[in-house]
Design a binder for this molecule. Structure first.
Ligand code: HEM
Length: 143
């Protein structure tokens, strides 16, 4: 009886080890999100929304939303472990002189949450993507 228990434990451990090979890195957030098509959809949706939002719209008047979207996707791709190299300016440099307020930031993040939900991003990956966007706050607000 005791032996059988040990054998079962060993079998279970072997099966688990087969599922997650030791030392294999977990898949990057970029891949778990679904890569370019999904992140492009989310960012398109987000910038489409903020460009028409009464509070944020003035910031985006005259901006080329298509190239801005491409830059943001490229940034998120690099930061989430995707294959891209971000070619844009440092985020603090890009937003300097704008004096973006905390209220504008909250509006932007609310838009990001809606864009993540609307595009069916799974809960865990959605939370990680939002945390990644949130992590840029100190380079964007108040300069
Ligand atoms: C309230 C929030 C934000 C506002 C109002 C805002 C506004 C802008 C504007 C107006 C530009 C164009 C600047 C120019 O070309 O002169 C810009 C550029 C950019 N923003 Fe934001 N932004 C916000 C948040 C973010 C966040 C959260 C990210 C990243 C996750 C981001 C990433 C970028 C990038 C990558 C560029 C392009 C930089 C380049 O062209 O080299 N922005 N933003």
């Amino acid at each position: 009886m005791k032996r059988r228990g040990v054998a079962l434990l060993l079998a279970g451990a072997t099966a688990l080890a087969a599922c997650a090979p030791a030392g294999a890195p977990p898949p990057a957030l970029w891949d778990r999100l679904g890569g370019h098509p999904v992140v492009q959809r989310v960012v398109d949706d987000l910038l489409g929304e903020v460009a028409t939002d009464p509070l944020l719209r003035p910031r985006f008047i005259g901006q080329n939303l298509r190239s801005l979207t491409a830059r943001v996707v490229e940034y998120l791709c690099e930061q989430s472990g995707g294959p891209c190299r971000y070619q844009g300016r440092d985020l603090r440099v890009a937003h300097i002189g704008m004096s973006i307020t905390a209220a504008e930031w909250e509006g932007f993040m609310a838009g990001a949450r809606r864009a993540v939900e609307r595009n069916g991003v799974p809960r865990v990956e959605g939370a990680e993507l939002l945390a990644l966007i949130q992590s840029t706050r100190n380079d964007i607000v108040g300069f």
